[in-house]
Ligand binder design. Structure first.
Ligand SMILES: Nc1ncnc2c1ncn2[C@@H]1O[C@H](COP(=O)(O)OP(=O)(O)OP(=O)(O)O)[C@@H](O)[C@H]1O
Length: 333
């Protein structure tokens, strides 16, 4: 659905050139929810804005739904942009217009006739759960409701792609969850491809099928979200993963450990969870669980346990070999 080929954006500033995006090549599949994460200044916004040419790349190719956007004249580009909706952290609603008018405006701008607009706006407000707020003004809405209006507006002209620029960063955790649930519904029911930029791994964990990690304008790692969480390759990816799966043990506890400290990681299905109790029955070792969690990465469980194995050295070694045989990832720490 979206192909970026060696996309670069270099800003010319008074103090010299600033690299926004540095030769990024990516493919985002139709119907996918794709996350782009990175710290502030990594180039996420610039890259996202290159997808709908809000930011014109200095070089490279941007192909959306088979159309090479950089080859289009400005009028053709305006039409092509109708199939790419966008929402922002700051909502950008028109404060002097009602919720209804804010959404209707997008239809008017696309040339939809007045009689058809009303029906479509009501349908969109129903989709985002705001049918009762049609006559309200943006100042009368909560942050989550404002984002719902902006989602309705972005979907007005039936886009194939929805770009989300830190869409939940200004929202509290529970409102974030409800907006992510709405985006999930839009992706599943309408088949819209979604690209989300965020610095929150919780967002990626919740809805992204695949994701990319950016630093200094480059993509440093990319892949299925589950693989990124269960087997991060780059230190930066690990940094982000740790914001969700932090397993640092207090130094005082570490100082008191006499046995072998083991970190087990597996898909948290029940059958595999029995590995630990099987191991404790088979060998003369005790296992003290010091930390344990099953996280759901887009609904697929990932179990991580840290335990201390205590007992005779040879029994510990046998127990460890047994664990290594049955569990995909076992690490002595
Ligand atoms: N209009 C501009 N003119 C000059 N430099 C810019 C411009 N926009 C972005 N940059 C620079 O490009 C780099 C990438 O910025 P960008 O906003 O894309 O990062 P980001 O990862 O989205 O950060 P944030 O999360 O803070 O928005 C930064 O060094 C930034 O200063």
């Amino acid at each position: 659905m979206i192909t970026l080929e060696k996309v670069a954006k270099i800003y010319e500033t008074k103090s010299g050139q600033v690299v926004g995006v540095d030769n990024v090549s990516l493919t985002i599949n139709k119907g996918e929810v794709y996350g782009i994460v990175g710290y502030s200044g990594a180039g996420k916004s610039t890259l996202l804005r290159c997808i709908n040419i809000l930011e014109r790349p200095t070089s490279g190719k941007v192909i959306v739904d088979g159309v090479d956007l950089l080859k289009l004249k400005s009028k053709q580009l305006r039409v092509a942009r109708q199939s790419i909706g966008m929402i922002f952290q700051g909502f950008y609603l028109v404060s002097s217009k009602t919720v209804f008018e804010n959404v209707a405006f997008a239809l008017k701008a696309a040339g939809v006739e007045k009689t058809k607009r009303k029906e479509r706006v009501l349908e969109l407000l129903e989709l985002v759960g705001l049918s009762d707020k049609a006559d309200h003004y943006p100042t009368q809405l909560s942050g989550g409701q404002k984002q719902r209006v902006s989602i309705a507006r972005a979907l007005a002209n039936n886009p194939k792609v929805l770009l989300c620029d830190e869409a939940t960063s200004a929202l509290d955790p529970s409102t974030t969850k409800s907006i992510l649930a709405l985006l999930k519904k839009i992706n599943l029911e309408l088949g819209i491809t979604i690209v989300i930029i965020t610095h929150e791994m919780e967002v990626v964990k919740e809805i992204c099928d695949r994701c990319a990690v950016m630093q200094d304008g480059k993509v440093v790692e990319e892949g299925p979200t589950y693989d990124m969480f269960s087997n991060p390759k780059e230190p930066l990816t690990l940094d982000f993963i740790k914001t969700v799966l932090d397993f640092e043990l207090p130094q005082k506890l570490l100082d008191s450990i006499s046995g072998t400290l083991v970190r087990l990681q597996f898909r948290g299905e029940l059958a595999e969870e029995a590995v630990v109790s099987d191991m404790l029955q088979k060998f003369s070792v005790k296992g003290n669980i010091l930390h344990g969690k099953v996280e759901y990465i887009k609904e697929t469980p990932l179990g991580i346990f840290i335990m201390e194995l205590v007992g005779e050295k040879t029994e510990q070694e046998k127990a460890l070999a047994y664990l290594k045989d049955r569990v995909k990832q076992v690490e002595v720490i």
